[in-house]
Design a protein around this ligand. Structure first.
Ligand code: GLN
Length: 539
């Protein structure tokens, strides 16, 4: 551990989904505004090595970092709020911890000892807690502990937090407990009991929280705060109210008003290095809340019943919409429900169409119909990953006349595999961590829509897919009018396609949404919204 690095642990109580990730990210943002370098990591109690093999319905989107880690979607919030990149080390699961310990045991590294949860598993957890702080790059490392206090599966993490206090010393260690203060409308009362119980559970585990952050739908009166302070053994000014916010991007300012950053700094004996007062953040919020125009965009995918499956795409529209002062009404539409005979009713209101990333055959033909509709009706179109592959297949089928064209993912025996597996991928038989993952270079064709958007011709974007554009068809496809305007400079793989004679039709093999942040909106999303605005004007 870095000798001067401060460690903040955030636990959750009463229920899940209280927004620990947003609180962590907001606190990180506030500390950054005070001049500190900050990173945030998440420890997840489940046994999967990483969320890469999880269905999006389980925990929402799988977020991908530059170094190709498949991670929890909270890392997306960290990057979007802090504008700094995260890595494999920022997301650790119980599965990874056990895997590391068992691998060491097989190598004989425990020298004949009995390997146990305490100390071996907790030592491994602690080593991972401290890893990002080791090279002195960060003044503050915030660690979010997934799940709820009292869950059987998070016990070793909580025990490791208890031990960490003694490794780190009192001025370098802090626990924030995020909890819910429910409001009983019949009694017109805010109830503190669930919080008292969850703090009691923490105390039983040997952890005294330093700060309570209380999620609530109503302001906490002073007497409720006093009660919480008394029963939970925290200072009165360390009971912080976290009211429901209009947008998650309000939370840093709300937390500043509640002096969360000041409480943290005073407990950790930190003094501000600078004070930027969050001017850029306020600018962004101002633009977000005062749009001068609006568009309706359809997001067509198969996981639409759980919007968290498309978290980064949804947030990218927030960032890019604010950049052009445009309110984006995003309609999530299930591709399974789109057919040739109802497509007009489903899509005619839209000013722009995005076909989302995805896997497998379910809802695939609805996506093909959607692309056809956008292409023929000259509606701005943005295809991401599978969305780009669908654009290529639709074009091959309906423009080039290759009626059975497909991806070998959907039809391994297709006569026209315009999307297929690369040789390296054909040999792979394990699912986890084996896709083309992480950041790759891409060279853009001068004058293309993509180059106009980025304002340069060399970019890097993150990937998460197995299948690729099949370069055997490149010449034919380009001749027919779908241009490859972005290519990987090392492998020649097609990363971007654009349709000629269309207002804005761009498909990208990578995931631009992973790099969009509040203060750095992703250029393709910005131009896509702009194209939707322009087309709407002449409608
Ligand atoms: N299923 C496609 C592939 O593996 C696309 C993946 C995605 O959209 N992320 O190549």
């Amino acid at each position: 551990m870095g000798s001067s690095t401060k460690y903040i642990f955030i636990t959750g109580g009463v229920t899940s989904s209280l927004g620990k990730g947003i609180i962590a990210a907001s606190l990180g943002r506030l500390l950054q505004a005070r001049g500190f370098s900050v990173t945030i990591q998440k420890f997840d109690p489940y046994l999967n090595i990483d969320p890469g093999t999880l269905n999006p319905y389980e925990h929402g989107e799988c977020y991908v970092t530059d170094d190709g880690a498949e991670t929890d979607l909270d890392l997306g919030h960290y990057e979007r709020f802090l504008n700094v990149t995260t890595s494999q080390s920022n997301n650790v699961t119980t599965g990874r911890i056990y895997n590391n310990v068992i691998t060491k045991e097989r190598k004989g590294e425990f020298l004949g000892k009995t390997v146990q949860v305490i100390p071996h598993i907790t030592d491994e957890i602690k080593a991972n807690f401290y890893k990002l702080g080791e090279d002195g790059k960060y003044d503050v490392v915030i660690t979010e502990i997934g799940g709820c206090v009292g869950d059987i599966e998070s016990l070793p993490f909580i025990e490791a937090v208890r031990q960490a206090r003694w490794d780190l010393g009192p001025n370098n260690f802090l626990v924030i407990h995020l909890t819910l203060i429910p409001y009983l409308s019949a009694a017109k009362e805010l109830k503190t009991k669930p919080t008292q119980h969850s703090v009691k559970q923490l105390l039983e585990a040997g952890i005294q929280p330093d700060i309570l952050v209380c999620r609530t739908e109503h302001h906490l009166p002073q007497d409720v705060k006093k009660k919480l302070a008394l029963f939970c053994n925290v200072q009165l000014n360390s009971v912080i109210e976290a009211m429901d916010a209009e947008t998650i991007y309000d939370v840093p300012l709300l937390m500043k008003k509640e002096k969360l950053d000041e409480r943290v700094m005073s407990k950790l004996k930190l003094t501000s290095k600078s004070n930027t007062d969050l001017e850029h953040w306020k600018d962004f919020l101002g633009r977000l809340k005062n749009p001068t125009q609006e568009v309706t965009i359809g997001l067509i995918g198969k996981y639409v019943s759980l919007p968290d499956s498309y978290k980064s795409i949804i947030e990218s529209f927030t960032h890019a919409g604010a950049a052009v002062e445009c309110k984006v009404h995003l309609k999530l539409i299930s591709s399974e429900e789109i057919h040739n005979d109802n497509i007009e009713a489903k899509l005619s209101e839209l000013d722009g169409i995005l076909v989302a990333p995805g896997f497998g055959e379910r809802g695939f033909e609805g996506k093909i119909e959607t692309v056809r509709y956008a292409r023929e009706n000259k509606i701005p179109f943005f295809g991401i990953c599978l969305g780009m592959q669908v654009a290529v297949i639709e074009f091959a089928r309906n423009v080039m006349g290759l009626a059975s064209a497909n991806s070998t993912e959907m039809d391994p025996a297709t006569a026209y595999p315009v999307i297929g597996l690369m040789e390296e991928q054909k040999k792979i038989d394990q699912m986890g961590g084996t896709m083309r993952l992480g950041s790759y270079a891409c060279d853009l064709k001068k004058g293309s829509k993509a180059a106009q958007a980025y304002g340069k011709t060399k970019i890097h974007e993150r990937h998460r897919h197995r299948y690729e554009f099949n370069n055997d068809y490149l010449e034919q496809v380009e001749e027919a009018g779908l241009l490859a305007t972005g290519k990987n400079p090392d492998t020649g793989l097609v990363e971007i396609v654009e349709l000629k004679n269309h207002p804005w039709f761009v498909g990208v093999q990578f995931h631009p949404e992973y790099k969009s942040t509040a203060l750095n909106p992703q250029p393709l999303f910005v131009k896509f919204i702009q194209a939707a605005i322009d087309v709407k004007k002449v409608k």
